[in-house]
Each structure stands twice: as C-alpha cells, then as structure tokens.
Design a protein around this ligand. Structure first.
Ligand code: G6P
Length: 418
C-alpha cells in the first residue's frame, strides 16, 4: 500500500517510519510519499527515512513532493501532520495570551483559536486537492487542533476522514507500565473532545482497575495529568493533561510567565533532532524524540491504518462525528471516544451517561469549537471575538476584545481577511 504523509518534513516523520519498520507484519507499505512545502526539510527527512528503512530491512521506497497531487495519487491513506507557520507561529500563540493573563497553549484557549484560524483553510484546501485526484483515500488528521480540523473537513463533505490524537495510547502505555502488563490487555473508557478527555474506567482483561491505579498507584498516575494526586483521587477519573490548563489555569499562567512556554523547549528539541536527521550515520529514531508529546503516535496511527485498510472492526480511540453518542451535544460536533473501525470508517461504541462535572465543560467547549470553526471558515473580527467570549478560559468581554486585537494583528499575514 501507498502511504502519503502531508507535512512529511516534520520532525515526527521518523516516529512513523520507526513504526512502519516495527509493525511491518501488520502493514505492508511499499511506498511512503512525503509531501511538504519546504523542499529543504523534505530532503533531510527523506534521507533519514530511507536510512531507517534500509537499517530495518524494510523494502518501502520514499518519494518526495512539493506538489500534493502526485503525492496523493494512488495513496490508500493520506496522513496529515502539518503545522501552518511552524514553531514560530506556535511560540506566538503561546505567548500573546499571557499578556492578558490567559493561558499560553497551542491548542487550548486563545492560542488554539489562533492556530485554528490559520490551519482550517489550509486543511480544507489539502482535503479538496486530495479528493480531486484520489476520492477513495482515507485522510487521517493528526494536525491540531484535531477536533476543530476534523469537524471542518466533515462539515465540508469529506466523509473519509478520521481525527487522531496520541493522548489515549499514551495513557494506555503509561497505565500498562505502572501495572506491569502488556498494553494490549488494557482498554480505556475514554470520553470527551480532543484535548478535553477523561479516563472513566481502565479495563484489564475486562476488569476495571482504575480504583487500583488511583489508589495504590496514584503517585505514579497523577503526574501524567499535571494535577495533584489528591485532586485526581477526588475526581475519580484520570483527566487528560490538557485539563490541568482548566483546573489549574492561574497556576499554569504564573508558571509560564516565570519559566517560559513549551514552544521554546520544542524549538530547541527540534533543532537538535534536525541536526541528528541530517547526520548520515544516524539510522534509527533518536532517543530525543521521546521528549515530544506525540512520541508514540505511530502506535496509534499505524494500528488505525491497518483497520481502515482491512475494515477489521477493531476498536480505536478516534475523533469522529458525534451523531447520537453524546446526546447533550449537537450531532455534527466532533468527539473523541472509542470506536470500531470498519471499511466504512469509525462508528462510536455506546457511551455510558456522562456526569455533569464532565458534560458541562464538554458542552461549553463544543460551543466554542462551533464558533471557532465559523470564524476560521468565514473570517471576521466579530466571529473571532464571539469564539473567545465563548471559551471557558476567556469569557470576559474586555479580555476577549484585547485578545482579538492581538491575535489578528499577529496573524495578519496568514489571514487574508484580517
Ligand atoms: C500530544 C498531543 C498532540 C500534541 C503533542 C504536543 O501528543 O496529543 O496533539 O501535538 O502532545 O507535544 P509537544 O512536544 O509538541 O509539546
């Protein structure tokens, strides 16, 4: 099969190649087509990918493209991992909100809105161009903000789209390590929106071990949430790391003001990764890549690809249209839950009723995502203001007005309407 990676010049590409080498029996990829707008990055990542395939004895070829049509032609799967504006834009998204004492984060809060405004039009264009040459290809979206981007593509009539995040697989691996069991024995009752999820049960061979994880192993589980163990125990669920941006907002802002934002660390890591990739003696995924949040995303991505190709109906945590899964949300919202993946794509498994502590925030952020998408698709200062006013981490009109000014000013070059 042919796999196309849009944003192939990303430092994450070796993560995927490493997965292809390790999971060769599951996925018979014969060609990896790397697409990127930067020919320089493509050259470096293509050479690194070829070395990794050669070292791993994998026969796949690697082709490079700055033009999307030939890259996507004949592909079974098109995986999109692009970042509009690169890490420089992320740094801006994470620092501007701090001026208003709001969170500086690339997907959550005002920074996430700025990213959505820049990214949605590009993703719609990519999906359109893929469909023009290859309407049967599945698009897997790893591009953030995954929930809003997936909703944008589905709303534009792209039905063969699945949104993917590594959050669930990272928790699954972490819990497995803590319990000393193989990850394949664990399934998660994972519910919410992308970057706004809770693990409500953790089933080990079908038996819920969450009480043990919170009790006996609480000190090892809580750090992965960014929250104190006592709070996680009181919640009785394992919240995503992104929820500490809500539950501890002011503390995080103070910490970011004192010590800087994640984008600065990532820029440093990326610089060193690119140096390693450019070194012809490096033939395996550098250890340094484990310091990125999406370090294990190939596990989730490749497993999902196998199900899409085989239509095998296995369960994966994905981002998909709500339908009637969460009855308190609009049907066209995009949610992140376990789903069976068959030849027609994902179908959400039944979701147990969601308690108000979770459903209130989920509904609130879903409304924000709706307004964010309106702003990203149609533009306009007022739409940006309304999305910010609707966000639980902004909410006050004076702050929303000031943030609107700052975001539009900083992103003028990327937003033709601003
Ligand atoms: C996790 C999330 C991704 C996010 C990443 C951030 O993997 O699921 O959506 O992009 O973390 O990691 P970074 O190393 O960029 O901070």
């Amino acid at each position: 099969m042919k796999l196309t990676i849009v944003g192939g010049g990303s430092t994450y590409t070796p993560e995927l190649i490493d997965g292809l080498v390790r999971m060769r029996d599951r996925l018979d990829v014969t060609e990896v087509a790397l697409h990127d707008v930067s020919a320089g990055r493509l050259d470096v990542l293509a050479a690194m990918s070829r070395r990794m395939f050669a070292a791993g004895g994998h026969p796949a070829s690697v082709t490079t493209h700055t033009d999307l049509a030939p890259a996507a032609e004949g592909a079974d799967i098109v995986l999109v991992q692009l970042r509009v504006g690169g890490q420089a834009a992320r740094l801006q998204d994470e620092t501007l909100p701090l001026r208003c004492d709001c969170l500086g984060q690339e997907t959550t809060g005002a920074g996430g809105l700025a990213k959505a405004l820049r990214t949605v039009p590009v993703m719609l264009d990519v999906a359109e161009r893929v469909r023009a040459v290859n309407p049967s290809a599945w698009i897997i979206d790893f591009t953030n903000p995954v929930g809003i981007v997936t909703r944008a593509l589905l709303q534009a009539g792209h039905t063969r789209v699945v949104g993917l995040c590594s959050a669930a697989v990272v928790f699954q691996r972490h819990f497995a390590k803590v319990l000393g069991v193989d990850p394949s024995r664990l399934t998660l009752d994972h519910v919410g929106l992308n970057h706004l999820t809770w693990e409500r049960r953790v089933l080990l061979d079908g038996v819920d071990v969450l009480p043990r994880l919170l009790g006996e192993y609480g000190e090892r589980v809580a750090p992965a949430t960014g929250l104190p163990v006592d709070l996680v125990r009181r919640l009785g669920t394992v919240p995503s790391y992104y929820l500490h941006y809500y539950y501890a907002h002011d503390e995080v802002v103070a910490e970011q003001k004192a010590n800087g934002v994640r984008a600065q660390e990532v820029m440093e890591i990326e610089g060193r990764l690119l140096e390693a990739y450019a070194d012809s003696s490096v033939t395996t995924k550098p250890e340094l890549l484990t310091r990125r949040g999406g370090a294990f995303y190939s596990e989730a991505a490749l497993d999902l690809m196998a199900s899409l190709r085989d239509g095998d109906g296995r369960t994966h945590v994905v981002n998909l249209r709500n339908g009637s899964a969460l009855p308190f949300l609009p049907e066209d919202a995009v949610i992140e839950v376990p789903a069976t993946v068959g030849a027609d794509g994902p179908a959400a498994l039944p979701v147990a009723p969601v308690e108000p502590l979770l459903s209130g925030l989920i509904a609130h952020v879903t409304a924000y995502e709706h307004l964010a998408l309106e702003a990203a698709v149609h533009g306009g200062r007022d739409r940006v203001f309304r999305a910010l006013l609707a966000h639980p981490l902004v909410g006050q009109y004076a702050v929303a007005d000031r943030l609107t000014e700052l975001l539009l000013e900083a992103n003028r070059a990327a937003l033709p309407w601003a």
